[in-house]
Design a protein around this ligand. Structure first.
Ligand code: NAD
Length: 361
């Protein structure tokens, strides 16, 4: 029997609540599929700052490197807002992405049929939406040098961030885009700002070159401003979208609206030897500690972990089917319930999904 080592980094706020449910789901898969899982926890974010003074606890990186996959919750919260920039909670996550070379962030945005009305957009617009945003995660504006603020004697200042990409960085994310699109409906949209940015000119040139290796995938290019509009006007026109770091950050959050709630959206960060899986949402300080957070994004992240890091596709399908069945049965956490409707808490939603998953084996 294979024993899969999973590093569990719940982080702060509802990260801790929803990650616990994702772990229960993986344990259920272990029992059902005869797979061994070994879970080891480490501190990250505010929890790590409080205990160790650093946003990533000593040993956490080595634990991640020595695991088959990482299950991550969320980090941050008002308690740590005054912490200096370089030791803020999110630095723990950024360090993991950089150190583990997690250059590709996969964010599916799917509108579940029974949740169409949870989206603020019209049914006729969102119905049938099933897309994947692939965001480059370790380059561009968020990491480019030089960066910093110059303060002038007259009281003024000048701040700089740099958007830079090498052809190698573009090529590997483009390949990831084509590979993912190939497993979906073979349509890839590359998003850039070629009319203004030289970085985008290189981006488009490299993506077009890579396309020659994927003649079975239909590629089109779209300007980012156009894409932002099209995503809420006609989201069903998209299948797989690949784009650079900043554009991807914004577009994938916009796509989140299509799924009704942040609480429904999983993600995978891939590239190096170990993948990291986390819900798209943050620590939700407004509801943390009340046991009402939706654990589905974390549970669907665990399904992505099974599919992408452990190659247990059929078990990932079972987890996704269990979530669908529970939603079909009418269970709703507060974020996806109609006004005045009955709601279940984090633990109860987890219980229902675990029970349904047991039936799938
Ligand atoms: P958020 O995603 O935490 O919350 C936004 C809104 O969505 C809130 O009203 C929240 O209650 C709701 N929400 C989010 N997830 C939910 C869930 N699972 N179930 C039910 N409702 C849910 O974003 P924010 O409020 O902008 O950020 C709060 C903190 O989280 C900040 O400190 C921010 O820096 C951090 N954050 C961390 C990550 C990460 O760790 N990857 C991502 C985003 C934000």
């Amino acid at each position: 029997m294979t024993t899969w080592k999973i590093a569990v980094l719940p982080g702060d706020g509802i990260g801790q609540e929803v990650t616990a449910e994702a772990v229960r789901v993986l344990k259920t898969v272990g029992k059902g599929a005869g797979q061994g899982f070994e879970f080891e926890q480490a501190l990250v974010g505010g929890a790590a700052i409080d205990a160790t003074g650093a946003p990533l606890a000593p040993g956490a990186l080595d634990l991640c490197r020595g695991s088959h996959a990482i299950l991550f919750g969320a980090v941050g919260g008002p308690r740590w807002d005054a912490v200096p920039h370089e030791t803020r909670p999110e630095r723990g996550l950024l360090a993991l992405r950089k150190e583990l070379d997690l250059y590709a962030n996969l964010r599916p945005a799917k509108c579940f049929p029974m949740l169409v009305d949870a989206s603020p957009l019209k049914r006729s617009v969102v119905e049938g939406t099933d897309l994947m945003v692939i965001r480059e995660l370790t380059g561009g504006l968020y990491f480019g040098e030089p960066r910093g603020v110059e303060r002038f004697a007259d009281g003024g200042a000048r701040a700089i961030n740099t958007m830079a990409y090498t052809s190698r960085e573009i090529e590997r994310i483009a390949r990831m885009g084509f590979e993912v699109a190939r497993k979906r409906t073979k349509r890839l949209t590359s998003v850039d700002k070629v009319n203004v940015l030289v970085v985008s000119q290189l981006w488009r040139e490299v993506v077009t070159q890579v396309a020659r290796d994927y003649p079975d995938v239909a590629l089109d290019h779209l300007l980012v401003d156009n894409c932002a509009m099209a995503l809420i006007q006609r989201p069903t026109q998209f299948d797989t979208i690949v784009t650079e770091n900043t554009f991807g950050d914004i577009l994938s959050d916009e796509a989140a609206i299509l799924a009704g709630s942040m609480g429904m959206l999983p993600s995978a960060s891939l590239g190096g030897s170990v993948g990291l899986y986390e819900p798209v949402h943050g620590t939700a300080p407004d509801i943390a500690g009340r046991g009402i957070a939706n654990p589905i994004a974390a549970i669907l992240s665990a399904a992505m972990l099974l599919r992408y890091s452990l190659s247990l596709g059929p078990d990932a399908d079972r987890v996704e089917a269990a979530v669908l069945r529970v939603l079909e049965g009418g269970a709703r956490t507060a974020d996806i319930a109609p006004a005045g409707g009955r709601t279940v808490g984090t633990r109860e939603m987890g219980d229902l999904i675990v029970r349904e998953l047991e039936r799938q084996y």
